[in-house]
Ligand binder design. Sequence first.
Ligand SMILES: NC(=O)c1ccc[n+]([C@@H]2O[C@H](COP(=O)([O-])OP(=O)(O)OC[C@H]3O[C@@H](n4cnc5c(N)ncnc54)[C@H](OP(=O)(O)O)[C@@H]3O)[C@@H](O)[C@H]2O)c1
Length: 266
Amino acid sequence: MGIRVLVSGANGKVGKEIIKGILADPALKLVGAVGHKNGIGEDVGALVGQQPIGIQLSPDLPGTIRRTHAEVVVDFTRPAVIKNNLKAIAQNGAHAVVGTTGITEVDIAEIATFYEEHKVNAVISPNFAIGAIMLLKFAQQAARYFPQVEIIETHHNQKLDAPSGTAIKYAETIAKAAGKCNAEQTQIEKVPHVRGGNLEGIKIHSLRLPGFVAHHAIVFGGLGQSLTLKHDSISRESFVPGVLLAVKKVQELEGVVYGLENLLDL
Ligand SMILES: NC(=O)c1ccc[n+]([C@@H]2O[C@H](COP(=O)([O-])OP(=O)(O)OC[C@H]3O[C@@H](n4cnc5c(N)ncnc54)[C@H](OP(=O)(O)O)[C@@H]3O)[C@@H](O)[C@H]2O)c1
């Protein structure tokens, strides 16, 4: 038995880790895997470096949901396709757990209405690493006393978007907790944009380098002191426990939940 799970983006860097996590969890049953171009038709067990499991990577998300009677679809694909995928998941009667970034607040509102109409639920989170969620909580506390803050996020050099969805969420949450943040202005900027981007009065700096996975540092400055809160995802396995937790809870929720923090007792 177990919850019937389909992975979309199954041949991607995160998708492969999710597949391995599902295969190792007796409470879950992998029923399907969807990709785009690479690896179509190949056995998914072999794609993740394990024994063949008799499930082939399909290019057809709606058809695979219907054929496999998937209850939950996990999606780690691309910002450009996530809205379409989310709609296809709901239209075919499955719940969604989405890690794909690039979803705006406007998209979330639209998706929430769509999911309500189709009577299915979703957990959408820009970060599924539980430590990164704890960092958000600690930053909320610190922001009450240190409203001057900058965020540095570092990712691998193939990441499509900048800043990271997580950095955006940190900035929005800190700004709310602090009341108001005013980024320090520099009088003479010798190199354009050298002070980073400005979101809600908080400077964000995005680094893209090989050798990194996903790293966030929130640096608070105060009178005669500074406080740095930092989280590092050193491998993509770091996202698996949070995703599997969401897969197990999504059917009991009501509608769309944005942020893994809403599923944790913090
Ligand atoms: N929320 C979190 O905790 C978290 C953590 C890490 C990453 N992310 C996000 O998750 C997404 C995936 O990251 P990644 O590093 O795994 O990227 P990736 O390695 O490029 O994987 C993306 C996969 O999606 C596939 N794909 C593209 N279009 C598709 C479609 N229409 N249907 C199904 N599959 C499709 C691609 O297949 P082809 O190669 O054949 O084109 C590729 O295998 C990104 O948006 C990233 O920012 C989120």
